[in-house]
Design a protein around this ligand. Sequence first.
Ligand SMILES: [Zn+2]
Length: 286
Amino acid sequence: MATEDARKRLEDRLRGRGALLGEASGALPSGAFAERLAAQKDALVYVIAEYDVTKSMDRYISIVEQNIREVGEEIFENEKGIKVAICGVGDHSDGELWLQRNDFTSDVSTLDAQIRGIRRTNGGDDAEAYECGFKEAAGVASEIKIAHPTSKIAVVFIGDSIPHGMQQSQYSDNGCPDGVDYRQSLAHLKAAADFFYFVGATEVPTIVSLQKTLIDPTKPNERYVPLGSMVGDLPELLIATIKQTRDPAHLADYLKQLGAGDPSKAGRVGGYLGLPPGDPPIGKFT
Ligand SMILES: [Zn+2]
């Protein structure tokens, strides 16, 4: 398959440049990972915030809408070199709204317009087009890596459902009409991006279990975030993932500042990212 060849070429190229953080990181000594992060310290950071936009996600979108100025000011004014694109993923039965794309921005008003522009969709079956959302993000991340090899890329996926094609019997799944296999598109996404966060916007245990299989807990640069029904933590969580990608020390500073006003929220947000409690929290992937 031509796309498979293109993907291989990209991976070979990234591997040659030492840019493939996720690749074989089971064998990557933690010291090498830390070194790589240090080398990328001042690199541009591209963040793809990919939202499930089906109706049940409304409160998770609204809370970020209501707080988008604070989010934007924290990541664009208190940090340097951050570019964010908010994208929406529905289901194939939503027609052209299944994918809602935006360009990268470092401007608060543009980010505000992006989140307010998200159209809620109906979806079809229980599974959503996450497999194709992963494919889209993988494509965007690959293009950035080729154009800006030293940049850091984080993908933050926020959803309350599962991709088509998972092995399960509890939820309806009409399959992907384009024949996209989530295992392939997810592997491609993880190869092209430096960090991958899957934010579980659900407390349903069977969904949480399925979502968790999308993450390899042994890899330092991918994480399942069990947000559950703590909707009000999402704006700070988004800021925290971006700070962690920028520089773990910046995350530690942010959590300290957050903790001065709301210690329990700071503890929860640090906990979502696997940080031990403490003052100051240690801002690194564990
Ligand atoms: Zn699909």
